[in-house]
Ligand binder design. Structure first.
Ligand SMILES: Nc1ncnc2c1ncn2[C@@H]1O[C@H](COP(=O)(O)OP(=O)(O)O)[C@@H](O)[C@H]1O
Ligand SMILES: [Ca+2]
Length: 430
């Protein structure tokens, strides 16, 4: 196992490593928080998003990422503020940033970020949209304390929802968004058009890729040796990287390749969001419970859990009873087979991935830290097979409960594995 701090330059070396990022630091905004901030700031640039969508080869300058109140022309030396909500499947987070711009020919600098979050996420209120929107009201109070009242009217507020809402029936998702929009409009902040929406998975992957490569300096460097990203959320998982081989571009499904222009360079990215393969949604699918709703008294069983275990679990506002298979199979082999069935035929894999460096975050980070694969504070570098080893290890002893989550985490790494070699992970060349 190869571990080191994210600050270690080896993290960006060309190896098939997964660098789990540190996002918990004491004083400064953490790496991952900054990551999310930037993703979200980027999302404030709806222009980027629509350009990527409608016209893949259009220019996407960073300026266009900034709302008009933050544009170079308008910026003054005083701070400007922006408020971004990340409405994820497991929680809603508010990021309040302030920027300053010292010189008119430079982009504003991120000065400060304030972060707060609530659980569960909006999708848990699928049948109670008003109640869901109330969670936003509470977070807006944080923003009112953070932004000077003299700036409220010119501070834009935007909410981007991800896979939790993507999985809901459209009517329920729209009802939630509409209630949220009402709450934002009651606030003293500036609510731009389209300020409340569901971000599609392609944008989510691209924005994370831009952000990680900004933060690791790859977009500025001469060599532009960019790194790929792996984001394992609760309801979807994204993989994005810059293919080096023509073969990858030719052999990938058309909708996995997106190009856009930034800093006078055109990037042709491989990006895909697997909806329903986020950690929690994949767990439900393995239990056979995804999309079933709450079936009264039904216990969803899996060989991934200890035989005599039974418990309750909530996701997306639905409570599920689940447990092991009494007198049935239990253990790594059968659990692995169950999880394989869930991902069978759904994953696209590319040969050159095994040569690439990926930065993995969200549940990849959480699970790796929970099981001491990496240090919670400093992050580290892992290989895909480290997840496999840990999945096998936690099948024994009292750590058993981790097992289930772990096998799924590991299988969610499949998109980076080398096609047919995956079933025999140890034969992978990394
Ligand atoms: N600002 C953040 N800082 C650190 N981790 C975050 C942040 N936002 C989300 N995460 C991570 O994302 C995961 C949850 O994914 P979530 O965003 O709720 O689902 P989805 O992306 O599928 O909608 C958790 O592992 C959580 O730690
Ligand atoms: Ca997320």
């Amino acid at each position: 196992m190869h571990l080191s701090s994210v600050k270690d330059k080896t993290a960006t070396a060309h190896r098939a490593d997964i660098a789990a990022l540190n996002y918990k630091m004491d004083s400064e905004p953490s790496f991952l928080r900054t990551l999310f901030s930037l993703i979200l700031v980027s999302s404030l640039l709806d222009s980027v998003l629509s350009e990527v969508d409608a016209c893949p080869d259009t220019k996407t300058g960073l300026e266009s990422l900034l709302p008009s109140t933050m544009s170079i022309q308008n910026a003054s030396i005083e701070s400007v503020y922006g408020i971004m909500f990340d409405a994820g499947s497991t929680g809603t987070r508010i990021h309040i940033y302030s920027f300053t711009q010292k010189y008119s020919d430079q982009l504003p600098e991120l000065e400060r970020e304030i972060f707060e979050s609530v659980k569960p996420g909006l999708s848990a209120y699928a049948d109670l949209p008003e109640q869901g929107a109330e969670t936003i009201r509470g977070l807006l109070e944080v923003a009112k304390n953070a932004v000077p009242s003299s700036h409220w009217r010119k501070t834009p507020v935007v909410l981007k929802a991800t896979a939790g809402l993507r999985l809901l029936p459209e009517k329920k998702a729209l009802a939630l968004l509409s209630e949220v929009k009402d709450i934002l409009e009651e606030s003293p902040f500036l609510v731009p058009d389209n300020s409340v929406s569901i971000m599609n998975g392609t944008y989510e992957g691209i924005l994370a890729w831009i952000t990680v490569n900004f933060l690791t300096g790859q977009l500025y460097s001469q060599s532009k040796q960019t790194v790929g990203i792996l984001d394992l959320g609760g309801a979807s998982t994204q993989i994005t990287f810059l293919p080096q081989s023509e073969e990858t571009l030719e052999q990938s499904p058309l909708d996995f390749i997106t190009s856009f222009k930034m800093f006078h360079t055109t990037y042709k990215l491989y990006t895909h969001s697997y909806l329903g393969l986020g950690l929690k949604a994949a767990r439900l699918a393995t239990l056979g419970a995804l999309g079933t709703g709450a079936v009264d008294k039904q216990v969803f069983r899996s060989s991934c859990l200890p035989r005599n275990m039974e418990s309750m679990w909530q996701f997306g506002g639905v409570s599920y009873r689940y447990g092991g298979i009494e007198n049935g199979e239990s253990g790594f082999k059968s659990c692995y087979a169950e999880v394989l069935r869930v991902v069978a035929g759904k994953l696209h894999r590319v040969d050159e991935m095994k040569e690439s460096t990926f930065y993995a975050f969200s549940y990849y980070y959480d699970r790796a830290a929970d099981t001491n694969l990496i240090d919670y504070d400093t992050g580290g570098i892992l290989e895909v097979r480290d997840f496999e080893r840990k999945a096998i290890e936690v099948t024994s002893g009292c750590a058993r409960l981790f097992y289930f989550l772990f096998v799924i985490t590991w299988k969610a790494l499949l998109p980076v594995a080398h096609s047919s070699a995956w079933t025999s992970v140890t034969s992978l060349p990394y």
